[in-house]
Design a protein around this ligand. Structure first.
Ligand code: ZN
Length: 239
């Protein structure tokens, strides 16, 4: 199908989905699953959606006790639904509140190693993976806010993907401070190990009370997920 026609259809399908959700008691997941049957599966990549942390490792914690791992998974679930609507296939690494391959007989350290290795194994098990890890930031200065995307230097496509997502996040969220996509630090295991296009999306700062409140909201998570998937689709259409 001609891509410009498909883009128009995509907008119409998205509008139908939103109206259907508002008008009825259907969930986004129900509607998106139904509509995704009509989406052309033209994308060569499979998007691996990685909810950061899990289990004993809750990640960053907000002042009110909200844990990063729960918000990460909520955003990933919304990304999964939006991607499905547009015909972009996904694979989730962590699907619940537990760490991956958790074994209660093993030490915390051994479980952490098993978890991170499982994320690599799952990513490498799919055809043409794009790896996208969702995290939240935390900093000592509570004035810091805004989403920021980091890329792995192992694959030059990662930088293009990161810049595309940063751009759709900036357009969609109109942040107080516009951040730029950056290369990830070498100390991040997944970023130095994976060889496919790989990015980390830090969706905002839990250490900023106003942003922490937004990050916990269902509607804001949907906006974040739409921006993230919009960036992925634009990348996938170009590559
Ligand atoms: Zn994190």
């Amino acid at each position: 199908m001609d891509m410009s026609i498909w883009k128009q259809k995509r907008i119409i399908l998205a509008a139908i989905a939103i109206i259907a959700v508002l008008a009825a008691t259907l969930t986004y997941r129900d509607v998106f699953q139904a509509i995704s049957a009509f989406a052309p599966h033209t994308y060569q990549n499979i998007l691996v959606l990685d909810a950061g942390h899990g289990g004993m490792d809750g990640g960053a914690v907000a002042e009110d006790g909200t844990m990063e791992q729960d918000i990460n998974l909520a955003i990933v679930r919304k990304c999964e639904a939006f991607a499905g609507l547009f015909g972009l296939h996904t694979m989730l690494t962590r699907e619940d509140g537990n760490s991956i391959d958790y074994d209660p007989e093993q030490s915390i350290r051994a479980n952490k190693v098993a978890d991170i290795h499982a994320r690599v194994r799952i990513t490498n098990s799919v055809r043409n993976p794009i790896f996208l890890s969702v995290h939240l930031n935390k900093f000592t200065d509570s004035s810091y806010s805004g989403a920021q995307v980091f890329w792995s230097k192992n694959n030059p496509e990662g930088q293009l993907l990161a810049q595309q997502i940063q751009s759709t996040l900036t357009r969609g969220l109109s942040p107080v401070r516009e951040r730029q996509a950056k290369q990830a630090a070498d100390s991040i295991y997944l970023m130095k190990t994976l060889t496919c296009p790989a990015v980390i999306v830090e969706c905002g700062f839990l250490s900023n009370a106003e942003e922490a409140r937004l990050l916990a909201q269902d509607d804001y998570q949907k906006r974040l997920a739409l921006c993230i998937i919009d960036g992925c689709l634009q990348y996938a259409e170009q590559s």
